[in-house]
Design a protein around this ligand. Structure first.
Ligand code: SAM
Ligand code: SF4
Length: 463
């Protein structure tokens, strides 16, 4: 029994009569534009809307909010899988303990260093450290050592500046140790908020305990972690139930700790090696519904970043940018050691198959082609604008004064150091357009001065 998800309340909301009349939907969208969030009932009305014209207006409103808060920026990162050893039995995952066909591998610190060099060599500045739940005798120290290794690697004067972490739930004391290692966001997905389904799909190991997983972010906040990322795996249970439960989780965190999650991740179930369930999702989410979910989340929790991974293909990712996604992974590998080797046999160690296998350079070109500004910024985290301090700047719209210039500087550095000629031309044009259209005269002069310094060789410019 937990005090986070109220199953009965969700069921009664789902069973109530849902008003999807055009006037009511337009009223909700008007209110959403104030960027103060929505009630569960309003969210359900939007989720139940299927009229193409109204769906269009929902998408346009989500795009409006995305532009108001995030502008054209899209933050880029890559996952770094350090181990696929796992004691759990999540029926949808290739790393699950009973999958004896998977080749198992936990990278040593030297190998983690090699992966890091490869990611730095592509131009990445942010990574998401990912591992199965089995760290051997070293326990949490294995993860802490990995974080130290990643931050310590320098390659041609470049380095990883922010490490977000997606690892199994920890005890409060362990979270304190993790926090001391200077992580960015601690991420964990509930997979499904529907307890009975959760229990059917997680049959072994520590992850089988629904309440323990659900209360993870409470322990993280109590341990002093400032930014947490939540999410769920779409395809396991009814997505309308899941969206309401996700909002209940957010409300719980806001009420208890004065701050909600920094990010929401929206993975959809992908085919995973030797997982029959992953090929036949019990509750598949159609593309049209998936886009609606992203748009409605953008309206309901406007200041929380939405993360989309390389699970999705390039055309879905493009549509999702406009609807509210603010961070994406690029050039990803989901097998430990996957960056430093091109051995195709190692794909047997992958967690799931990728929908987008393009390199960071290709993804960046595509983003620019669609008028978005790739950002490698890690400024807020390094300046201590985290947790409630970040939200205090984000809500009155002040964070933009940092984010847009920082996105320009980090992209300019990427262009100078990693881009080919085609991207250099298009990327520099995009920066000039943004300077003309989106930046006031006073800040323009300052930004131009910094750009000149970057051209003259200065690096790691941010406010
Ligand atoms: N082992 C930790 C855990 O389960 O929380 C952290 C790493 S786990 C590899 C990261 C996430 O991968 C899981 O939370 C789950 O949502 C996602 N995942 C697992 N199998 C997947 C699949 N077949 N398709 C898409 N995502 C999947
Ligand atoms: Fe292990 Fe995480 Fe995969 Fe579950 S989702 S089997 S815990 S790696």
């Amino acid at each position: 029994m937990n005090n986070i998800i109220n199953h009965d309340q969700i069921m009664s909301e789902l069973n109530a009569t849902i008003n999807t009349s055009p006037n009511y939907i337009l009223e909700i969208l008007d209110q959403a534009k104030k960027m103060k969030g929505l009630t569960y009932h309003q969210v359900l009305s939007l989720l139940h809307t299927n009229d193409p014209g109204l769906l269009n207006v929902i998408s346009q409103t989500a795009s409006y909010i995305k532009d108001e808060i995030y502008g054209k920026r899209l933050v880029l990162f890559a996952p770094l899988y350090i181990s696929n050893l796992c004691n759990n039995e999540c029926l949808y995952c290739a790393f699950r303990n009973h999958n004896h066909k998977l080749s198992r591998r936990a990278l040593d610190q030297h190998e983690i260093g090699n992966e890091t060099k490869n990611l730095i060599g592509q131009g990445h500045k942010r990574i998401l450290l990912v591992a199965g739940e089995a760290y051997g005798k070293q326990g949490l120290q294995y993860i802490l050592d990995a974080i130290n290794t990643i931050y310590s690697i320098r390659s041609n004067n470049h380095s990883i500046k922010r490490i977000n972490v997606n690892i199994a739930p920890l005890e409060t004391d362990e979270f304190r140790r993790l926090n001391e290692s200077k992580i960015g966001t601690y991420q964990l997905f509930q997979e499904t908020y529907h307890e009975a389904t959760y229990k059917m799909l997680h049959t072994k190991g520590p992850k089988a305990n629904f309440d323990y997983r659900l209360s993870t972010m409470d322990r993280a906040f109590r341990a002093g972690i400032k930014d947490v990322g939540i999410g769920l795996l779409f395809g396991l249970y009814d997505w309308k139930y899941e969206v309401l439960a996700l909002l209940q989780h957010i409300n719980h965190l806001e009420k208890e700790y004065g701050i909600g999650p920094h990010t929401i991740s929206v993975p959809r179930l992908e085919p995973a090696y030797e997982s029959r369930l992953s090929y036949h999702p019990p509750y598949p989410v159609a593309d049209r519904d998936f886009k609606k979910i992203i748009a409605v989340l953008r309206l309901a929790v406007p200041y929380t970043g939405i993360i989309l991974s390389t699970r999705e293909n390039s055309s879905m990712r493009k549509e999702a940018f406009a609807l509210g996604v603010s961070q994406i992974s690029a050039g990803s590998k989901t097998n430990p050691g996957g960056y430093a080797t091109n051995d195709v046999n190692l794909q047997m160690d992958e967690q799931f198959s990728l929908g987008d296998t393009r390199s960071l350079l290709e993804v960046t070109k595509d983003i620019v082609h669609h008028g978005y500004l790739p950002s490698f910024c890690t400024g807020c985290y390094r300046m201590g604008r985290v947790g409630a301090d970040f939200m205090d700047l984000a809500k009155p719209g002040l964070i933009k004064q940092h984010c847009l210039p920082n996105a320009i500087f980090t992209f300019k550095e990427y262009l100078n150091d990693f881009a080919d000629d085609e991207l250099k031309i298009n990327g520099n044009k995009l920066i000039q357009n943004i300077l003309k259209k989106d930046i006031g005269m006073i800040q323009q002069a300052d930004i131009l001065q910094n750009i000149h310094q970057i051209d003259a060789g200065k690096r790691d410019v941010y406010y």
